[in-house]
Design a protein around this ligand. Structure first.
Ligand SMILES: NC(=O)c1ccc[n+]([C@@H]2O[C@H](COP(=O)([O-])OP(=O)(O)OC[C@H]3O[C@@H](n4cnc5c(N)ncnc54)[C@H](OP(=O)(O)O)[C@@H]3O)[C@@H](O)[C@H]2O)c1
Length: 365
């Protein structure tokens, strides 16, 4: 029998080992979502969030129960609402989730190094050359185990995350039968909350998009993946149009739909004629931030002809990376086995349930 004080000591030890102190640096589309979900995780102590502009986001964070940390030289601009400066937050944190605008993570890297904290960067950062913040890009469906115990990682961008969720099951099922994957990414211009951001009335071309290079970091250089990308004036998700070319005759669309019906984080939908219908349904269901946190196959767009299967899927630009950040935290900080991490992430995000609800709502006629 262990006596009460030893039991208390062990319990404190257990808590001390398992509670992660996380600082979310940046409170925009991604940072605000991550911070909100982490607050619901009993294993996580959210140190606070980093804010750089003294705007309405500060009050939103404070009223959500978050401490706001700001650059040292700007504290007075935040009129008594800041809990301290960024350095003090980093002193308290075991790990920082950098949710700054793309490219800013690179500039923050030196500060993080000085504080010797673990860092998760987001997909706007680079894994290559002199701009690299980390050589590792995470996709929980593909390389979870490689993230165990890491001190730095990039959570792939929304489109890069969606690519892994679709390509890995295809690769597992069809292995060497896949000859090439050609993808056209149709990217949204802004996020749902960015109502004041206006769009130009045009389709913007994206020369040399980063997505295939990023996906190759976790899928491997041998993946025959070709991506082209354009940007269109909408806030309602990204759309990927994918041609999967096989060595011989392509499988049927039913086979492909069955494959994805068995995948977490992929909803197989019928009758969703546009991406907004899905967002609107998520809003009706009161999903946090109107996110589904997944990709959605639009089955009416599927076709199998000769050696090629064509599919189209929409990618919840803001939501898809949030459970991924949570998985990555568990891999880096707790070295938790994949299945246990999935279970814990599921307890916060309820993605299985959401998938079933979406698939029931958008069911075959
Ligand atoms: N939006 C998406 O759909 C999406 C999806 C996947 C990945 N990502 C990636 O996630 C990252 C964040 O994107 P986002 O869309 O959330 O951007 P965002 O909405 O523009 O928010 C950026 C946040 O970073 C803060 N910030 C400004 N300077 C900073 C600094 N020096 N250090 C830390 N934070 C700073 C800003 O603070 P203030 O507001 O106080 O100025 C703002 O809260 C990017 O790498 C992006 O590529 C975005």
């Amino acid at each position: 029998m262990i006596n009460e004080s030893l039991a208390f000591h062990l319990n404190v030890q257990f808590l001390a080992v398992n509670i992660m102190r996380v600082f979310v640096n940046g409170y925009g589309s991604i940072g605000s979502r991550i911070a909100s979900f982490l607050q619901d995780d009993p294993e996580i102590d959210v140190v606070g969030v980093g804010k750089y502009s003294p705007d309405a986001g500060v009050d939103r964070a404070v009223s959500s129960g978050l401490d706001v940390y700001v650059p040292h030289g700007s504290i007075s601009k935040f009129k008594g609402k800041a809990a301290g400066d960024i350095q003090s937050a980093l002193n308290m944190a075991d790990i920082v989730i950098d949710a700054s605008p793309g490219g800013q993570g690179l500039r923050n890297k030196e500060v993080y190094k000085k504080h010797d904290v673990g860092v998760i960067y987001q997909g706007g950062e680079s894994a290559f050359g002199s701009e690299s913040v980390s050589s590792f890009i995470f996709n929980s469906r593909v390389n979870y185990d490689e993230a165990l115990g890491r001190r730095d990682a990039i959570q792939g961008s929304c489109n890069v995350t969606g690519l892994g969720r679709i390509i890995e099951p295809l690769r597992e099922r069809y292995t060497n039968d896949i000859k090439r994957l050609d993808i056209t990414l149709i990217r949204r211009w802004a996020d749902i909350e960015q109502t004041s951001k206006s769009f130009p009335d045009t389709i913007q071309l994206t020369p040399n998009p980063h997505h295939a290079d990023d996906a190759r970091v976790y899928l491997g250089d041998e993946i025959p993946l070709y991506v082209r990308s354009v940007k269109v004036p909408t806030r309602q998700m990204h759309l990927h149009i994918m041609d999967i070319r096989f060595q011989g005759e392509a499988p049927s669309t039913d086979d492909i739909h069955r494959l994805f019906a068995a995948e977490k984080g992929v909803a197989v939908l019928h009758g969703a004629a546009d991406t907004k219908q899905i967002r609107d349904f998520a809003n009706t269901m009161k999903y946090n931030f109107t996110d589904t946190n997944m990709v959605h196959i639009h089955t009416e767009m599927s076709a199998s002809r000769g050696d090629t299967v064509q599919i189209a899927y929409s990618d919840d630009q803001t939501g898809i990376v949030i459970p991924e950040n949570h998985m990555l935290l568990q891999a880096m900080m707790l070295q938790r086995p994949y299945k246990d991490a999935v279970r814990h992430t599921e307890s916060l995000f309820h993605m299985e349930q959401r998938k079933h609800i979406l698939e029931r709502h958008f069911a075959p006629a």
